[in-house]
Design a protein around this ligand. Structure first.
Ligand code: HEM
Length: 170
């Protein structure tokens, strides 16, 4: 058992020590922007779904309502910029993978990246729905909760796909 683990670690180390194919600086810059924006977005969704929902029953209703309204105002001011960076950098990165994306069924990378992008577009749809409901003053607590949970499930799958697409192939 230990021998297997040792062998595995040597193999991974060797892969990382291989002389790399040169990655363009523009790709590296887009990837860093994409990663930081993803951390901000996924972190906010995690906070709202796991932390905030977890404290709901320990906090008086009116306090919770005031908190949610304040967090909502802050999120509406910041999130459009975070999403612009996240999606802008995401589309920029995808340009480098356009060959794989042009034939999504021909490679595991093409297929998993295509599913990731579709899920991300669905997240954007959720965001637009939430903004529209808010404008119409119809974003009740229950609708907001449902949207948050759905976005949370989406982002967990997106992050999984973002990593798996480079580590599995068939
Ligand atoms: C909710 C939206 C999104 C989230 C949370 C997200 C998250 C991520 C994460 C965590 C990574 C891995 C980064 C790394 O390993 O350093 C990644 C990679 C990637 N994302 Fe996104 N992403 C989103 C939207 C998009 C969109 C809309 C596109 C394209 C239209 C896109 C294209 C890519 C590409 C091409 C990569 C591979 C970059 C690489 O590792 O070389 N993403 N994404």
């Amino acid at each position: 058992m230990l021998r297997h683990i040792k062998d595995f670690r040597v193999t991974i180390t060797e892969i990382h020590l291989q002389p790399r194919i040169r990655i363009p600086m523009s790709y590296a810059a887009l990837l860093i922007i994409h990663l930081f924006a993803a951390i901000m977005f996924v972190g906010t969704v995690f906070f709202e779904v796991i932390m905030l929902e977890g404290v709901r029953r320990h906090v008086p209703k009116d306090v919770m309502r005031t908190m949610e309204a304040a967090i909502g105002t802050r999120a509406r001011a910041i999130m459009p910029w975070v999403l612009a960076l996240l999606f802008g950098a995401g589309f920029g990165l995808s340009w480098f993978h356009r060959t794989a994306l042009a034939a999504p069924l021909a490679s595991s990378l093409g297929l998993l990246l295509s599913i990731k992008i579709l899920l991300a577009l669905s997240v954007f749809g959720h965001f637009l729905t939430a903004m529209a409901l808010h404008r119409l003053d119809r974003l009740r607590s229950r609708a907001s909760q449902r949207i948050h949970v759905s976005v949370f499930i989406h982002v967990v799958l997106i992050v999984l796909l973002a990593k798996l697409m480079f580590y599995i192939s068939w």
